[in-house]
Design a protein around this ligand. Sequence first.
Ligand code: CUA
Length: 354
Amino acid sequence: MRGWMGKFRSLFLFGALTMFLTGCGVDNISALKPKGYGSELLFDLMLISIAIMIFVFVIVMAIYAFVLLRYREKKGQEHIVPKQTEGNKALEVIWTVIPIILLLVLAIPTVQATFDLADQSTQGDEGVLTVDVTGNQYWWQFDYADQEISTSQEIYIPTNERVYLNMKASDVIHSFWVPAIAGKMDTIPGENMNTMYLEAYEEGVYEGFCAELCGPSHSLMYFKVIAVSPDEFDQWVEDMQNIDPEATPETTTAQEGQELFNNNCMSCHAIGGASAGVGPNLGNFANREKIAGILQPSKDNLVDWIVHPDEVKPGNQMPAELVSEEDAAKIADYLLELDHSDVGNDLEMQSVEE
Ligand code: CUA
């Protein structure tokens, strides 16, 4: 029984590993299922490197097995010392040239892709969208300067268009990563601005992550890339531009909530218009897929977040217990009425947390 277990233990391990790793193949999250120009380039590079690795592995293993079998010590030959070879020009040339060729095969597309991903040639051209991205502890701000709108946690882009990102951070280094659409890029505080671009092939909600350890809530610094058709994108921009922060909410509690929000929260946040400054612009708050990037959008969760932000996202900048639970419920009523655009609402979202 023991021997049987020993033999199959590795098989069980590989089986379990396969089951576990299939989780990496979820659509809209995985770099192995590219849905954009950048991720496709990177995926192709992965395939080339894996092919080269397999090639080298198979050749080396074949030679190893051959030598092992062909030149093993045979019965009656225990004391024979084989002929010793020292230096063989032909062999040495072969095992120097083959790696050089393999490195070239890997290097040429890698350098090409590196320049391709860094290409900024059409930035600033007529009709080309640029979004300013700011990484903050622990949320993302997206400013559309030309459109004079600002949003947070969810960046909307039109499909099949190159959208340039100008990226920085307000506090510490973060890293913007959307595996299914593009590679990742650090956002750095100070004068240095990094750039990259997004180009999504299909409509969808793509999961984004902060990929640079930035504090206790680093792992909660999710965001979404919402790719919609160019027409829908124009509609979204119009909807965002039409947000009126003074508009009177429908219910009485929401009206009270609006007043409480204006008195307590507006010094950091904004509703509609351009960048808020310290905190996220909440103009389209009720359209978001998640509260604070991580919680399911329900009133209870929102009240929880407003009163005890530090329990939800440790180390974040929002003051705890700024308002009572009762007032937070009114503010929640107000915020959950802020659904100013239904663009992207029909898109299905797959998420790692679900
Ligand atoms: Cu921001 Cu990790």
